[in-house]
Design a protein around this ligand. Structure first.
Ligand SMILES: Cc1cc2nc3c(=O)[nH]c(=O)nc-3n(C[C@H](O)[C@H](O)[C@H](O)COP(=O)(O)OP(=O)(O)OC[C@H]3O[C@@H](n4cnc5c(N)ncnc54)[C@H](O)[C@@H]3O)c2cc1C
Length: 454
């Protein structure tokens, strides 16, 4: 049965529907809550995810609940906000209706903040071999594969006396790829170093593949160089100008070469939510909506598109980056434009206030840019740490994460090392199959199986 919400109350307040409880949607809701409006926030998940710390869940440093919080709880203090769990599937912009599975929601104003995900450049079939990192579920799947890879190698070595060499490949040298590669190196060289009897985790190869000429392309040249050096110091092999041309179970094709890969993680490309296309306006190559200067959808002043789903150029011509501060400022700006409409004032164009950029690489390793000030290493890492704890949603989470990090800083311990998510956790493809199908010597870039390392 499909229901259209009918308003039977005498509530004459404007109805605002917000799609997405991410950084942009939450900020818009919080800012609008002060106005005499009725707000409905819809999300297909019941929680807000603090995506900058997802890699910590993927690498067993933090547990999911430490970086996520129920949207309902975050907004509970605002009486004029309701939160509905549901998946938006389309729009009727002429009738001003949002279509969801099972029901429709009418609106006076609509804010679409449905975000973006990673892109496989037309090869969606690669996803099964190379998961990306966007949601808690993705992070848990990556954690499962990483931990399983070590377990299977240990079991192999314990029963046969040898095992295939462990090679983890991260595709994409942007901030997510860099932090994943750096942290995987730390796990292999430090956290797990003494935990196995038959394999030596320290011998794990961590390879970071980047199609372009440098990692962290959005950063200035000195910080890009520094990031590469810091990665190499942590034991990551950085391969630049290395575009992936094909991917199969246990192997990855790069520039005519085939490499063995126990595990491939995907951190390349951007693909906007399909809701961008469903809005029917102009979109860029990644499916992001080309919004007007006030963030509205061309031809529909009552619809705003914000955050990772929006495409807007700054005055100098550069596209605004897909980062949390942009989404948050745009959320506040969309709310401000609605307030201007309600009070009969003119709308104004959005300007992004760039407070700086930070990217973490691993323990004591990061780069940061605050205007003309460029810093690398320990100081940048400290700045990254405190800023991310500060912005983490929920006081409880901040305290928990601080304690966890203090503990693991001194002990190298990664306490969330649980393999979960499958009925038969030690017989799960693709790692198991990749391992089983390893034909010694058939990998041009890989040595033969190694004998028990210890
Ligand atoms: C791994 C990773 C690390 C990152 N690290 C950083 C960092 O260190 N610093 C930084 O500034 N930025 C970082 N980012 C980018 C930052 O997280 C994004 O720019 C930001 O989340 C964008 O906010 P948003 O509101 O546009 O979208 P999101 O935060 O992605 O929120 C979108 C919301 O929409 C919901 N949704 C989507 N489709 C539907 C639908 N059809 N129906 C209902 N609900 C839907 C989703 O469930 C989600 O809650 C990182 C991103 C990732 C993936």
């Amino acid at each position: 049965m499909h229901l259209l919400r009918v308003d039977t109350s005498n509530d004459r307040r404007k109805k605002i529907v917000i799609i997405g409880g991410g950084f942009g949607g939450l900020q818009a809701a919080e800012s609008l809550a002060r106005l005499p409006v009725q707000i409905t926030l819809v999300d297909r998940r019941n929680h807000h995810t603090f995506q900058p710390l997802l890699y910590q869940v993927a690498t067993a440093g933090l547990s999911p609940a430490e970086i996520a919080a129920p949207i309902r709880e975050i907004l509970a203090r605002h009486e004029n906000i309701e939160v509905l769990l549901g998946e938006v599937v389309g729009f009727d912009l002429d009738q001003r209706i949002v279509k969801l599975h099972g029901f429709d929601l009418p609106y006076d104003y609509l804010i679409v903040a449905a975000g973006a995900s990673h892109a496989y450049f037309g090869h969606d079939e690669w996803e099964v071999f190379a998961p990306g990192l966007k949601t808690i579920e993705d992070a848990l799947e990556i954690r499962r594969r990483v931990l399983l890879a070590f377990e299977i190698a240990e079991r192999r070595a314990a029963t046969t006396g040898e095992h295939s060499p462990l090679t983890f490949v991260v595709v994409g040298g942007g901030p997510t790829g860099v932090e994943l590669a750096g942290t995987l190196a730390e796990i292999a060289r430090k956290s797990l170093a003494e935990d196995f009897r038959h394999i030596d985790p320290k011998k794990t190869r961590i390879i970071l593949l980047e199609a372009g000429p440098s990692v962290l392309a959005a950063y200035p040249a000195d910080l890009r160089e520094s990031a590469k050096r810091q990665l190499e110091r942590l034991g990551v092999e950085v391969r630049l100008n290395s575009a992936v041309s094909d991917l199969h179970l246990g192997e990855i094709h790069v520039g005519g070469q085939v490499m063995h890969a126990t595990l491939v993680l995907w951190a390349a490309g951007v693909s906007a939510s399909p809701l961008g296309l469903a809005l029917g306006g102009p979109v860029d190559r990644a499916g992001r909506v080309l919004v007007e200067a006030d963030l509205s959808l061309p031809g529909h002043a009552e619809v705003f598109v914000i955050g990772d789903l929006a495409s807007l150029k700054q005055a100098e011509g550069a596209l605004l980056p897909g980062v949390a501060p942009v989404a948050m400022q745009e959320g506040r700006w969309a709310a401000k434009q609605i307030a201007a409409d309600l009070s009969g004032n003119a709308r104004k164009p959005f300007h992004y206030f760039d407070k700086g950029s930070l990217a973490t690489i691993g323990r004591n390793a990061a780069v940061a840019q605050f205007g003309k000030l460029h810093i690398s290493g320990y100081l940048a890492w400290l700045a990254w740490l405190f800023i991310h704890i500060f912005f983490l949603i929920g006081f409880r989470n901040r305290i928990l994460v601080m304690i966890q990090w203090a503990w693991s800083y001194f002990t190298y311990d990664r306490s969330a090392r649980l393999i979960t998510g499958a009925d038969q956790p030690v017989a799960v493809p693709p790692i198991e199959i990749a391992e089983e199908s390893m034909d010694a010597g058939s990998w041009p870039d890989s040595p033969s199986p190694v004998s028990s390392d210890k």
